[in-house]
Write a protein that binds this ligand. Sequence first.
Ligand SMILES: *Cc1c(COP(=O)(O)O)cnc(C)c1O
Length: 349
Amino acid sequence: MNGIVDMRSDTVTLPTDAMRAAMARAEVGDDVNAEDPTVNELEEYAADLFGKEAALFVTSGTQGNAVAMMAHTVPGDLVYCETRAHVGHYEGGGPAALAGVTLEKISCDRGILTAERVEEAMEPEDVHLAVPRVIWAENTSNGGGGTCMTVAEMEGLRTLANRYGLKIHVDGARIFNAAAGLGVSVKDLAAAADTVQFCLSKGLGAPVGSMVVGPRSFRKAAHRKRKMLGGGLRQAGVIAAAGLVALKETPSLIPLDHANARSLAQGIAEIPGLLIDPDGVETNLVYFGYEAGVVDSKRFVGQLSERGYLIGEARKGVSRACTHHQVSADDVGGALAAMREAAAAASPA
Ligand SMILES: *Cc1c(COP(=O)(O)O)cnc(C)c1O
């Protein structure tokens, strides 16, 4: 990547030669008429991989979540999610603006929504209350630190959802990281969910796109919402082709990203002034803080970028470095050497 090692996010991954080649030769048609064979192939492949009836190609994770929210609810409904969930923080107020729903945010350890915590938040039916409709899980939890929700935790949510007639949606932007982190398949992680959104454009490395998977009836409803939001694309096969390559080729590389994230975290733990619990790093996201009065976070990030290594600010005084298939073990070694120098050069003014 031009000598720069970009660990701000896994969204910065660039399409591989195989993706570009597949894009160049993709068979295409008008997908609004369901006539794009490459999109159709991607949707069938994704549905099968997740053990669901149907899949819908959408432009982004945010759009996938939006169409799922709109398909599952009517205005006025209540949706349970974790306090740090992407849907409540980073989707521009979409749940309220587009679906007219209220989010009930529930604080849980590691950002992982559990049946116990959701049940505690539930109230007996009452005319004053919004009608609960969806349990909205996130796997991995970005805000929780790239943490994994297990199959057993998903099954716990399913039991609760069945008891109260609720749907379960998984924001699985990084569900392939969860699967690799836990050593299970995405199908296993999706089994207890009604619907799942996952990103092709993050760790899987495709340039554009996400998928939502679920029952055929859900796909039909989500498809109408996608059109309403302006997400009906025409010859979308040129981008779906890259998504197919991403789905087939990148998941096997993810364990390496996780090993790199672990060594990055272990290295960071040894740098004076940086704060991290390396045991908390479960997947490809490495969050760390700064010892007050020793290292200034803004100066550190600036010093690091001067040395060719980019990381992101997660929130005030907390940085996030993200490994992906275009960050090598050597890059991690280089990053740690640069971090050591940057920390020494970034004492508060
Ligand atoms: C990135 C992300 C999304 C949104 O995906 P975009 O393609 O950026 O719109 C949704 N949920 C989570 C957990 C994410 O990390």
